[in-house]
Design a protein around this ligand. Structure first.
Ligand code: GLN
Length: 248
């Protein structure tokens, strides 16, 4: 009887230790927390209360492959990398372009698609190409590659930074900016939703979208890359993209 009590006590304390250590890490290992900014259709956007889109479906398929449950945390685009760095999120999936600067702070998975920056102007705009932007007022989404690119390339332009791409487009419609520089697919969506604006044929940059992972989490990065590799090969990624983006 004495021994029995001892065993129960030992088992109880082991259980407590285990649950304590689970508490300490603050996160359930079975939940894959995705940081995103749901203002970037067709990659992530709100459909009434739900966040949907290409990135959401890719992350869902990824989580399933890893045997995990996906949880989405919506935040400002500029907060995503900090969330990943501090462990508040496991992955950042937000149509996010791999850049040298971002690589100083996080690791990126293999790319899952490519994109480029385009210029949106009003139908009757005098702006015909990228050179015409040099001394204009340009709207961008803050801390995106569009922002970084025009800030570097157009020192004489006035750059207006918005927290959402759609706000930059509203500013264009209201005549507050002369052009908007933004990723090609969201540009297509915004132009299709608003009369009187168009995308110029000239585009710049070639960018790769990938998933951001903490530099401290190489194990997760490896598992994500393996899963992405499979999803790229077996057509899962393509069919998700095709569901949201019609060719042409
Ligand atoms: N691809 C751009 C970037 O990484 C924009 C992403 C976004 O606005 N969600 O900066």
């Amino acid at each position: 009887m004495r021994n029995f009590k001892k065993y129960v006590l030992i088992i109880l304390s082991v259980c407590m230790l285990l649950s304590l250590s689970a508490c300490k890490s603050g996160k359930d290992d079975n939940i894959l927390v995705m940081a995103t900014n749901a203002e970037f259709p067709p990659y992530e956007y709100f459909e009434s209360e739900a966040i949907v889109g290409i990135d959401v479906e890719i992350a869902e398929a990824l989580a399933e492959k890893l045997g995990m449950e996906l949880k989405i945390e919506n935040m400002e685009f500029g907060s995503i990398l900090t969330a990943v760095q501090t462990g508040k999120a496991d992955i950042g999936v937000a149509g996010m372009t791999i850049t040298e600067d971002r690589l100083l702070n996080v690791n990126f998975s293999i790319p899952y698609t490519i994109a480029y920056q385009v210029i949106i102007v009003t139908e009757n705009s005098a702006i015909k190409n990228a050179d015409d932007l040099a001394d204009k007022t340009i709207g961008v989404q803050e801390s995106t590659t569009g922002d970084i690119y025009v800030t570097d390339e157009y020192p004489d332009a006035k750059i207006e930074r918005y927290s959402k791409g759609v706000e930059a487009v509203q500013a264009l419609l209201q005549g507050k900016v002369d052009a908007v520089v933004i990723d090609n697919e969201p540009a297509k969506v915004f132009v299709s939703q608003n009369k009187g604006i168009k995308i110029l044929p000239e585009a710049f940059t070639i960018e790769e979208y990938a998933i951001a992972v903490s530099k401290k989490n190489d194990k997760l990065l490896k598992r994500i890359n393996e899963a992405l590799e499979e999803m790229l090969e077996d057509g899962t990624i393509k069919s998700i993209i095709d569901k949201y983006i019609t060719a042409g």
